[in-house]
Design a binder for this molecule. Structure first.
Ligand SMILES: Nc1ncnc2c1ncn2[C@@H]1O[C@H](COP(=O)(O)OP(=O)(O)OP(=O)(O)O)[C@@H](O)[C@H]1O
Length: 213
């Protein structure tokens, strides 16, 4: 279990001419960091580098003391599965399955033993326990976003990386998700990293970094 996620001198180029550079930083467990920047500034690219989806070209990312630089895709997948949970703007649930079965999929995919009590606890904490027997299409957008956080946390990651988690939500649901992040940090000692261009997120958190264009 790692306690910090750190990145230095990171930059990335999708083609030889255009290089995106990222500000150095670090996040510890029990902290929230919100990265704010306009569309196209590189927020999603940065999250993919931190989570090991993209291979590092320049600079480095450390999971605790472990460097991601030069590691194989398979090794990065493993480090991600052990340490990091991802939440996206639009969450994919399988409509043929119940919500409950959807929540069991990460454990199945990662060959972990399913911990139904843990999922029930998380569902209760995020106020979605009444939805477990429904189909995803019978849930609202805000409910699905809370369910996706339950699903992500089901494998007990140390860090949660969220890509525009509030941009599809109205003000009430946005406030609810941001309060949930506050709770997760305080109660479960998770580190939360949010990338967004949503100013509602910026005004909620004090620890922010800005991406330029
Ligand atoms: N697969 C790709 N191939 C080439 N260029 C890409 C690719 N993905 C992203 N880019 C470019 O890299 C830059 C950063 O994109 P990225 O998606 O990281 O930005 P973003 O800040 O997350 O944007 P948004 O807020 O609109 O999602 C943009 O100029 C984008 O056009």
């Amino acid at each position: 279990m790692i306690d910090k996620l750190e990145w230095n001198s990171l930059s990335y180029s999708y083609n030889q001419t255009n290089t995106i550079s990222f500000p150095d930083g670090r996040i510890n467990r029990g902290e929230v960091l919100a990265a704010i920047g306009p569309s196209g500034s590189g927020k999603s690219t940065w999250l993919q580098l931190l989570s090991g989806i993209l291979a590092i070209q320049k600079g480095d990312v450390h999971y605790g003391e472990t460097s991601l630089k030069g590691t194989s895709e398979r090794r990065r997948d493993k480090l991600r599965a052990q340490n990091v949970g991802l939440v996206f703007q639009n969450n994919h649930f399988l409509n043929e399955l119940s919500v409950s079965d959807n929540l069991s999929l990460p454990a199945f995919a990662q060959k972990h033993q399913l911990d139904s009590n843990h999922i029930a606890e998380l569902a209760n904490r995020l106020h979605v326990d009444h939805l477990l027997n429904r189909k995803p299409k019978e849930c609202s957008v805000g409910e699905l976003q809370r369910l996706s956080i339950v699903r992500t946390l089901s494998t007990r990651p140390s860090f949660l990386l969220a890509d525009e988690p509030t941009s599809a939500l109205d003000d009430v649901n946005t406030e609810s998700i941001l309060s949930i992040f506050d709770e997760l940090v305080a109660d479960l000692n998770i580190g939360v990293l949010i990338v967004t261009h949503d100013n509602r997120v910026k005004s909620h958190f004090s620890n922010t970094i800005n991406f330029g264009k």
